[in-house]
Write a protein that binds this ligand. Structure first.
Ligand code: FES
Length: 158
C-alpha cells in the first residue's frame, strides 16, 4: 500500500530525529508505528538510508518482532485465542468462522478498514474458553453466533 505525502514526511522526520542515536532502529520503528499506525514497506528504504543499514537488515528486524504491523490497522482489533485451553473448547472452529465471515486471514484488515484480525496466545481467561479480545475487552465463551454479534456491534465489516 502506498503512503501519502504526510506519512512519508513523518517517516523522513523521524529518521532524522533518530539517526544519530545508538541503537536507533527499534525506537525508530516504534515511533513510525506510533505516528503512521504501521511500518509501510516504502519506509524500509528511507530507514535503511538514514541509519546506514541494508534493507535486508531493516526487513529482518521488522519481521522478527511481531509487534510491528506492515499493513494499516483497522479501527477495531479482534484477537482470537489459539492457546491450548481455548483450542480444546473449539477456538479452531471459531477462527475458521471468523476468517470466513470477515473475508480475511490473521494479520489482515477488512476492506472497509473496520476490523483487524489477530491471533493471541492466552488471554488469561482459560476457564471461560474460548476467549476473544475485542479492542480492550475480553469476551468469554465465544461461539460462532456470539462472534457474529460482536462483529455486528462493531458496525459490521463484510
Ligand atoms: S488458553 Fe485461551 S484464554 Fe487461556
Amino acid at each position: 500500500m502506498d503512503i501519502n505525502q504526510n506519512e512519508q514526511q513523518s517517516i523522513i522526520d523521524l529518521v532524522d530525529q533518530h539517526k544519530d542515536l545508538p541503537g536507533a532502529l527499534l525506537p525508530l520503528l516504534h515511533a513510525i508505528q506510533g505516528e503512521v499506525g504501521y511500518v509501510p514497506d516504502s519506509a524500509v528504504a528511507i530507514i535503511a538510508g538514514g541509519l546506514n543499514l541494508s534493507r535486508a537488515e531493516v526487513h529482518g528486524v521488522i519481521s522478527f518482532y511481531h509487534d510491528f504491523k506492515t499493513q494499516p490497522v483497522g479501527r477495531n482489533t479482534v484477537q482470537i485465542c489459539r492457546a491450548e485451553a481455548c483450542q480444546s473448547m473449539g477456538s479452531r472452529l471459531l477462527e475458521a468462522h471468523a476468517k470466513e465471515t470477515l473475508g480475511i486471514d490473521y494479520h489482515q484488515t477488512t476492506a472497509d478498514g473496520n476490523i483487524t484480525l489477530e491471533p493471541v496466545y492466552c488471554l488469561g481467561n482459560c476457564a471461560c474458553s474460548p476467549s476473544v479480545r475485542v479492542n480492550d475487552d475480553i469476551v468469554a465463551r465465544v461461539d460462532q453466533d456470539r462472534f457474529d454479534e460482536l462483529v455486528a456491534n462493531l458496525g459490521g465489516s463484510q
